[in-house]
Design a binder for this molecule. Sequence first.
Ligand code: LR7
Ligand code: MN
Length: 587
Amino acid sequence: MITPIRLIWLKLRHRLNWRVIKLFMCMGYGVFMIALVIHMLQSNPGPVKALKSSPYRHLYLEEEIPPEIVQFEKQIVPGLGEDGKGIEIKDKKLLDETVKKYAFNRLASDQISLKRTLPDVRHEACKKIQYDDTLPAASVIIIFNNEILSTLLRTVWSVLQRTPPEFLHEIVLVDDASNLTEISTVLPIYLKYRLPANVILHRLVEQVGLIGARLAGAKVASGEAIIFLDSHCEATEGWIQPLLQRIKDKPNNLVIPSIDSISDKTLAFNGFPGGVGISVGGFTWSGHFTWIPFKHNGTRKPSDPAPTATMAGGLFGANREFFFKIGGYDEGMKGWGGENLELSFRTWRCHGSMENVPCSHVGHIFRDFHPYFIPHDSHGINTARMAEVWMDEYKRLFYMHRQDLQREIPSPIDIGDISSRVQIKDTLKCKSFKWYLDTVYPDKFILDDQSIAYGRIRNQKYPNICFDHLQRDTAHKNGFYFLGQYPCHNVLGDSQYFSLSRDKFELRNEYMCAKSFDNEGSIKVQMVGCRDQQSRKTAWKFENGALIHVDSGLCITAPNDSAGEELVLSKCDGTKQQMWDFEFLNP
Ligand code: LR7
Ligand code: MN
């Protein structure tokens, strides 16, 4: 049977010869391909055009730029803030209002060029270093929630301008569900018209917090290395090579740049080259990051990377595969906080290392508060998750600060399931937290283990009275205060937790040590930052219940039984006012 189509075909073939048919087919194909290319160009002109040009210059004519961008760029005042200088806002009231609202001076940010110049603050020794020609290319991941657009874009441009193209695989912007109009309307257009194709925007539909956002970015990223930045940073000349070199040399090494400060009031960039002595990361038992001086043996060069026990959290680089091998981030952590210590402890314990790389400088705007939503106590809950998984038996010292989070005592606070995180330790055969303390952070004072006696210190004459820091122990970095007394608490919390240290006989708590201080005729017990060296001034004896200051021979005395009084040092007289009981004694 002959179908109608076949009939037409046969007739046509009869009329036309094969060559003509082939010609038509070729022409059809050609037209189709041209249409396809035109379609691609029209639907996605930014990246395609940008790709054809140098990666850092678009091909749009100025008259093609949409009004949103023109408007946005109009705010910039040429010359302001160049060379990292700050700008003063004369109207102090306006400045106060702005900082109160945005947590930093957004007016200054809007006026300063997105591509402003910065001083090269590197140490001379850094400038002489020859890095390898081939280094792992990086995905720079910048996460943000409601970041001010000019600040975010200045972060992006600082990376684009100061990263050799061969080392920049891409920039991944992760929008953690911002609801600022600027971000939803201007940013996508800016991306299309002003930024090269390797800057990609990844939008999260719901705010997941900075940990989830970083994880999402790392999953989207495809560079051999990943580098995380906060969304209010500025990378300086030569920032990336020192980081990538260390990742290349040691793929299980997490690298942290020098974090320079950008003023939240003036946006002045304040960078310091650093020298032989630099700071590295420590932690408090309450689960917070601190800076501590790096201990070196005198042969350290200013350009040498320095091993660090912890990281601040926001700015660091890693080999992408290693980052995921040791467990990325804890997806059960919400909001803000805790992830930096978790990653630090996990990295060291699971056969990795971390170091501060002084030759890489990146500025960061330090803000006084967080201008975005954070779920209630996310830092505490995240830290409890961390402590349960990574602090082994030392978690007791964290819970001393946060009894409310302790899991053994039924608590209404649910920290969620941690089983998959616990498993990492088994799978990777990670070392113990004791190993970490002994090896990576031997200077960390362990309040109970490293003491002759510790806990609450109760007076014998007034058994209701205990040593207490009276909530004055907040300025531990450089402050000092007089030690006091207060009714003994029912449970041992940090304000009444004191130790008599085994190695230096210091009467102390986590970082403050007691000494005597003559306060207008009355001698008080003054708490000052503990020193590295042993000193007679901070040495104490505990003899037959008396706490004796070695240097002066005086005894700590409860002046009376009132709450909030300051303790005094007086001539030892054997009375019960000078007799104290430590809650725990070590053999
Ligand atoms: O819900 C959120 N979603 C987000 O994407 C909340 C925040 N974010 C983004 C935010 O836009 C920013 O880019 O997450 C980033 C970090 O938030 P910041 O800048 O408000 O935090 P911070 O700089 O005050 O806090 C420090 O500690 C945090 C602990 O969880 C993070 O690790 C931050 O990255 C960290 N910042 C630094 O380490 C910068 C240097 C600080 C020092 C020293
Ligand atoms: Mn930040």
